[in-house]
Design a protein around this ligand. Structure first.
Ligand SMILES: Nc1nc2c(ncn2[C@@H]2O[C@H](COP(=O)(O)OP(=O)(O)OP(=O)(O)O)[C@@H](O)[C@H]2O)c(=O)[nH]1
Ligand SMILES: [Mg+2]
Length: 409
């Protein structure tokens, strides 16, 4: 079933398209992310192929000529995996794998596979397994049945590995079983959350790899696994944090990504319930990432999907230490000044200004920069919620005192 063992780096090619809605720059950014996903899953990208098209070919996604180019490269370079940035239909997948004669994966496959590798606890494993089964069911016929399935590797971990040839009914039964298991887990988790009483709950949310766990570790002095790969965190960690006498619960959870497979959003319901039940969200953003605005949009979209769009939010722009604007040559009249050239001060005057000074914080979790301001802001907000729940001990929480820091747990 789910396997965690690392395999050697698999040689892969990436395939993307340039369309009317997705220009070359955008397509490159998406493929950059796909490459990072591939690396996280244990693959090594040898080449990227892109094709300009109005509409993907319904049979083979790419046009015939481009496909032949890919086939030739794959054959000459001993490539074992072709990864498409866009979702393939079952028949496209079948046709393409017949032509290329190697594993064919799409973005969803890749994300599911990373989740399968990273799932540690039984609840995370169950949730991933359910998502994989849901994804597999409509595609059961015509996966890479003509290939040796014993090889393993990217996209082969999880239930696909052993059950591909078996009847759909078995997968359906399995889905029912997993759902029942998750129901039990949901109940346990909800009891756990209930036991935490009326304490204010704060949840860190954000795109994957933005530094949520690093921030959690810094302010709660806990040891949550953080690393420079995607989806380092799959489970939810809850810590009691005390800032100047004021206790609250801080949650670190799974990161979001563009086009997070719906199967995952659904089956990770119990993990995401922590976010759904939070009183305050800290939306962490990696401001040093060139696409951070897209990331914010993806996160907001998923927050909407889990009914959490209208919670109070503080935007936490992290990694300010790593933020570097592109150099701008004013003497070059050909060059237009764009967002890539903005300094942090300039960024603050854009839409960020409308978020309100109070609701936009600029920090470095790694270098512990501006953490005082961050703590003060969180303190103020949590205090406001706290005193509505415990009005009788209002006097316990005076205004935030910058002098007396370093007392938190
Ligand atoms: N330069 C810089 N790097 C940071 C900062 N904060 C975190 N990082 C790095 O960013 C990477 C990702 O950090 P994590 O804390 O694992 O990010 P995350 O948001 O928890 O990621 P997922 O769990 O994958 O969603 C790690 O390599 C961190 O060291 C920062 O303020 N500056
Ligand atoms: Mg994390």
């Amino acid at each position: 079933m789910l396997e965690k063992k690392d395999t050697e780096l698999e040689k892969a090619v990436l395939i993307g398209v340039v369309t009317k809605d997705q220009d070359e720059d955008r397509s490159k950014e998406y493929l950059d992310e796909l490459e990072f996903l591939t690396y996280t899953a244990g693959g090594e990208v040898k080449k990227r192929f892109t094709q300009k098209m109005d509409m993907p070919n319904p049979k083979t996604f790419l046009g015939t000529g481009k496909m032949e180019e890919v086939r030739q490269y794959v054959e000459d370079n001993d490539i074992s995996t072709a990864i498409f940035d866009d979702e393939l239909s079952a028949s496209q997948e079948r046709n393409i794998s017949k032509i290329l004669n190697i594993k064919v994966l799409d973005r969803t496959n890749l994300i599911l596979d990373i989740f399968a590798q990273r799932a540690q606890t039984s609840s995370a494993r169950t949730q991933v397994e359910l998502a994989q089964c849901e994804y597999l069911l409509p595609r059961l016929r015509g996966m890479w049945t003509h290939l040796e399935r014993q090889k393993g590797g990217i996209g082969m971990r999880g239930p696909g590995e052993t059950e591909i040839e078996t009847d759909r009914r078995i997968v359906r039964d399995k889905i029912a079983l997993l759902k029942a298991k998750i129901k039990t887990i949901d109940k346990q988790m909800s009891v756990q959350r209930g036991n935490r009483g009326k304490m204010v709950r704060v949840a860190l949310v954000g795109y994957t790899n933005v530094g949520k766990s690093t921030l959690m570790n810094t302010i709660s002095k806990s040891e949550v696994f953080a690393e420079n790969k995607l989806f380092a965190t799959l489970d939810t960690t809850v810590r009691k944090v005390v800032i100047q006498n004021l206790p609250f619960l801080l949650t670190d959870t799974v990161g979001f990504i563009r086009k997070l497979p719906t199967q995952l959003v659904e089956s990770f319901k119990s993990t995401l319930d922590e976010v759904r039940e939070a009183d305050l969200l800290l939306h962490v953003v990696d401001i040093s990432h060139p696409n951070f605005e897209d990331h914010i949009a993806s996160v907001n979209k998923i927050l909407g999907e889990i009914d959490s769009a209208d919670k109070p939010v503080i935007m936490v722009f992290n990694k300010i230490d790593a933020y570097k604007p592109e150099p701008f040559d004013a003497s070059n009249l050909q060059e237009e000044r764009t967002k890539e050239h903005y300094t942090l001060a300039e960024w603050k005057k854009t839409w960020m200004n409308r978020v309100g000074e109070d609701n936009a914080l600029f920090i470095s979790a790694l270098n512990k920069k501006n953490l005082e301001d961050f703590k003060k802001r969180v303190y103020d907000e949590v205090r406001e919620i706290h005193v509505t729940r415990f009005p009788y001990n209002h006097f316990l929480y005076p205004d935030y005192d910058y002098e007396n820091m370093g007392e938190e747990e």
